[in-house]
Design a protein around this ligand. Structure first.
Ligand code: GLA
Length: 396
């Protein structure tokens, strides 16, 4: 009897201590939102720049719209010290990384940093290979909330094992840290990213601030991607996305100057519909009102942050006219009418296209015009500008 009681007490009190859920279990239940330095500033990062951007996240209303993570990409680190600890560039970050993280936290934002699974980062700075636990402890002591973990100079390393190792190292610190897998889709991370505790994984090479095409960086060095090339790569991956684990079509180029406002609106609409991380990559300190209004469109952001966590799908393609649909938690749909062509076209979504019986009557709302378009029976069509979208919700 006594032995039974001891066993019961052991089972109830001691065993659960070994089965603690990982500190990262509930991260990124909706796609992460934030800002990252790379797309606009590349290696030109500094304490002043990052603080300025964090201030701008608050002042521009982006924090209010849901943006949280302020992430320094490559080039903050210069070497390792005699104990193997990673050392930040003391000229660019004279106050150290912890002070910067503290500042960002005082604004109610979260702080992210970058490293690489190989020996060196893409810009030749020290990578984390062989220092995974040491770096994770360092990040945790700086109160890092998000790690983007790249894949340059990884040689013959196994991708899955490398990312699993870093997740273990981060979890061992006890601090919840989002893990952003950045191996460009080379080893199909959508098949194993979730299992190794990745919260998002890049599915392609780097985005560039242009509308279309996949292009070699230089002969034999594949590839950078325009917006439509990325959308096409993501189209078939919808079943792998869900709360806590997202396909990542790379960071936003909205506002960086290479596309028209219509194209940027399409870019942002698709990233929302694809349940992509919304990581702005422009200078937030001096945005034109049009750019500000794209990045802070709360109706479009609500589609991205819908708690059901579905990635939208292409449901119709007639030459360069497309219809895309994303199921939302309340049973309604977000719909994009997409015109890839060079002239205005009328594009129609039927209710059957988006998973409803044709006889249904549904309320339609335009998420860019912020306007109810009334009750529609069986279908809805609209004129869509070249390279443009009409983005809707359809609610039976
Ligand atoms: C790779 C990544 C980019 C960026 C750079 C930094 O190219 O895919 O997003 O982090 O490295 O060097």
């Amino acid at each position: 009897m006594h032995a039974m009681r001891t066993l019961l007490i052991f089972a109830l009190l001691v065993l659960p201590a070994f089965a603690q859920p990982s500190p990262s279990a509930h991260l990124a239940l909706t796609p992460p939102m934030g800002w990252n330095s790379w797309n606009k500033f590349a290696c030109n990062v500094s304490d002043e720049l990052v603080r300025g951007m964090a201030d701008a996240v608050v002042q521009s209303g982006m924090k209010d719209a849901g943006y949280r993570y302020v992430v320094i990409d490559d080039c903050w680190q210069v070497r390792r010290d005699e104990n193997g600890n990673i050392v930040a560039d003391s000229q660019r970050f004279p106050n150290g990384i912890k002070a910067l993280a503290d500042y960002i936290h005082t604004l109610g934002l979260k702080f992210g940093i970058y490293s690489d699974a190989g020996s060196k980062t893409c810009e030749g700075r020290p990578g984390s290979l062989g220092h995974e636990y040491q770096d994770a402890l360092q990040y945790a002591s700086w109160e890092v909330d998000y790690l983007k973990y790249d894949w340059c100079n990884a040689s013959t390393q196994d991708a899955r094992a490398s990312y699993a190792l870093m997740r273990d190292a981060l979890d061992a610190t006890g601090r919840p840290i989002v893990l952003s897998i950045c191996e460009w889709g080379k080893h199909q991370p959508w098949l194993w990213g979730r299992e190794v505790g990745g919260n998002l994984w890049r599915a392609t090479g780097d985005i560039q601030d242009r509308w279309g095409e996949k292009k070699e960086w230089k002969p034999g060095d594949c590839c950078s991607y325009g917006v439509t090339a990325i959308i096409d790569e993501l189209a078939d991956l919808y079943s792998y996305a869900g709360p806590g684990h997202w396909n990542d079509p790379d960071m936003l180029e909205v506002g960086n100057g290479g596309m028209t406002d219509t194209e940027y609106r399409s870019h942002f609409s698709f990233w929302a519909l694809l349940a992509a991380p919304l990581i702005a990559g422009n200078d937030l300190r001096n945005m034109r009102p049009e750019i500000h209004d794209i990045l802070t469109n709360k109706e479009v952001i609500a589609i991205n942050q819908d708690p059901l966590g579905r990635q939208g799908q292409r449901v119709r393609k007639d030459s360069d006219r497309e219809v895309w649909s994303k199921q939302l938690v309340d049973g309604s749909r977000a719909v994009i009418l997409f015109n890839r062509g060079e002239a205005e076209q009328n594009i129609v979504a039927t209710w059957e296209d988006i998973g409803y019986p044709g006889k249904v009557v549904a309320s339609v709302r335009d998420l860019w015009q912020h306007k109810d378009l009334g009750k529609q029976s069986g279908k809805f069509g609209a004129a869509v500008p070249p390279h443009g979208v009409v983005m809707l919700t359809v609610q039976p």
